[in-house]
Design a protein. Structure first.
Length: 460
């Protein structure tokens, strides 16, 4: 009979697998979604942005609420919301409906992801919890590795709606199993309700910033709508700061910002994903829009990326025993910079996968995604204790989403709604911007403080 802690683990991992799989395959569906709704290229980025805005907005509040009301309850609420969003996405008659459903999925993911690990650790043997965390991470890596091929196959054989049908097919049994098996964790009923007003202000500011960056080139930077969106995004910032400083359970704990290393980790958590996420997404768009790859072929072409990222993340963990996180982060950013420079200089308008695209896909998986992103958490965790760890990790997750969201908005804004004949030139502009951002990422990594590493005589 399966031990209870393993049973809880696999029930929770069903939801984590679902969310990770869906998030990784969505970029493959953007071209098909645009064609299905007759939408412009910049408009399709909202399928990704709505999810990121919602996840960034609610992940900290969800963690606080889970402590207050119980992780099982929040896990079930989040998974139900994710499945309902998937049903809505499956049936969406218009792009704006799909975008709304993606926002619902992002909110659901914000509740599920932190609660899942908390539920697992609550029943896991105390002397073996590192194993639970690493296996939890590995399952997400497997989902990411399967997503390009499975997603491409589903989109090719059926349509982009198949991705949402798959969510429902996995999500409903996962919900029923979780409802039957999971038990509630301890509730901190004395804790205060999170600042949902502050969270909504963050969502509004991010939404206006995204709108201005995505549509600025298409509408014109002097267009009244763009100026108004920029102005509103800026005006909301002092209000957000007021909520952070004045609310008893704010979206960002002010005391965290007093920690020197953590402040730098927050900055790098925004800076590095601002080019890593558009790097991956725009590779997909290049393959499908410039080289006319079908989704399945594009998914197979991208398969080395998550595979390399998974293996590199394991290597990064081992390297961290010999080298400090700053050294690994700098090496990771330098590797990714080489990949982006390659994309800028080598690929042409005619398909040449093995000579022009395979190397940057491999380097991008090894560098930024496999070794860089894990180091953000490791660096951020240096200043955190048991009391602030969960909240601090939640804020770092929000920072990553903000960086990714901004980078994607800039990339799709540069792409614009141009003719097919102009696509190659627009992608050249995008690669140029990503080269600049990646070089800045190297300098940001260099600014991080070092950590003293004990002398070792052999690999452990």
């Amino acid at each position: 009979m399966l031990a209870r802690h393993w049973a809880v683990f696999w029930v929770c991992m069903g939801a984590v697998f679902l969310i990770t799989l869906d998030a990784t395959l969505q970029p493959l569906a953007l071209v098909s979604i645009g064609e299905s709704f007759g939408a412009s290229r910049p408009s399709t980025v909202w399928v990704l942005s709505a999810f990121s805005i919602s996840l960034a907005t609610f992940v900290v509040a969800a963690g606080r609420l889970a402590d207050r009301t119980g992780r099982r309850q929040m896990f079930l609420v989040g998974l139900a919301l994710y499945v309902l969003g998937s049903v809505g996405g499956w049936l969406a008659p218009e792009l704006w409906v799909l975008v709304f459903c993606r926002a619902a999925q992002g909110a659901g993911a914000a509740f599920v992801m932190p609660a899942s690990l908390g539920l697992i650790l609550a029943v896991w043997p105390a002397n073996d919890q590192t194993r639970a965390i690493t296996t939890w991470t590995a399952v997400g890596g497997v989902a990411g590795a399967l997503a390009p091929t499975l997603g491409g196959l589903l989109i090719d054989v059926w349509s982009w709606r198949a991705a949402y049908v798959l969510n429902v097919a996995i999500g409903v049994p996962s919900f029923l199993a979780a409802r039957a098996l999971l038990t509630e964790t301890e509730r901190k009923v004395a804790s205060r309700l999170p600042d949902f007003v502050g969270a909504l202000l963050v969502a509004a500011s991010l939404g206006m910033l995204t709108l201005s960056l995505v549509q600025g080139r298409t509408w014109g930077w002097s267009d009244g709508r763009i100026i108004a969106a920029f102005a509103l995004a800026a005006v909301l910032l002092p209000l957000i700061r007021h909520r952070i400083l004045g609310h008893p359970a704010p979206i960002v704990e002010p005391r965290l910002l007093k920690l020197r290393t953590y402040r730098r980790a927050l900055f790098i958590a925004i800076a590095i994903p601002s080019f890593l996420f558009p790097f991956f997404v725009m590779m997909v768009q290049y393959l499908e829009q410039v080289w006319d790859y079908r989704p399945l072929r594009a998914g197979l072409a991208l398969l080395p990326f998550p595979a390399a990222a998974t293996l590199a993340s394991v290597l990064a963990g081992r390297l961290s025993r010999r080298f400090d996180e700053r050294t690994i982060a700098v090496a990771a950013m330098a590797t990714t910079t080489v990949a982006v420079v390659w994309l800028r200089l080598v690929p042409g308008p005619d398909p040449a996968y093995w000579t022009a695209f395979f190397i940057p896909i491999l380097l991008g998986g090894i560098g930024g995604w496999g070794m860089g992103l894990p180091m953000i958490n490791a660096i951020g965790a240096r200043d955190l204790d048991n009391e602030t760890y969960s909240l601090g990790m939640g804020v770092l997750s929000t920072a990553r989403q903000v960086g990714a969201l901004t980078g994607l908005a800039v990339a799709f804004g540069l792409l614009g709604n141009v003719s097919d004949a102009q696509l190659f030139d627009r992608f050249q502009q995008i690669w140029t911007v990503l080269v600049v951002l990646s070089v800045l990422g190297v300098f940001v990594a260099l600014s991080l403080p070092r950590r003293t590493i004990p002398q070792r005589t052999s690999w452990e």
